[in-house]
Design a protein around this ligand. Structure first.
Ligand code: SF4
Ligand code: SF4
Length: 99
């Protein structure tokens, strides 16, 4: 039987003791990350066949299905373009954000 390694956990008693690290200050409900985006998806619903592929592929779960139609949640969408790439009807286009 192998010998158990020593427990070498480092314990911080407060955030002031921690080294500089990126950390979330709360739930994603409060940290709206859509502002990181340079381009955004726009869906032409007149061409949409309600297949839900954009919803399924969005890595950020930023597409909601509302009354069977896809709707981008721009509070969280990062503009990666995967939805536009995967849409079989090519009804999602990526457009530049207005600054
Ligand atoms: S651009 Fe990316 S993050 Fe935004 S809705 Fe499409 S797949 Fe999701
Ligand atoms: S992938 Fe395209 S056709 Fe399918 S639901 Fe999304 S926008 Fe509509």
């Amino acid at each position: 039987m192998s010998k158990k390694k020593d427990d070498k956990r480092i314990i911080f008693n407060s955030e002031k003791e921690m080294p500089l690290v990126a950390m979330s200050l709360g739930s994603m409900l409060y940290n709206k990350t859509g502002a990181w985006r340079n381009i955004k998806p726009v869906i032409d619903l007149s061409k949409c066949i309600k297949c839900g592929i954009c919803w399924k592929f969005c890595p950020d779960t930023s597409i909601d299905i509302v009354d069977e139609w896809p709707q981008v949640n721009y509070d969280y969408c990062k503009g990666c373009g995967i939805c536009a790439e995967e849409c079989p009807e090519k009804c999602i286009v990526m457009v530049e954000e207005e600054k």
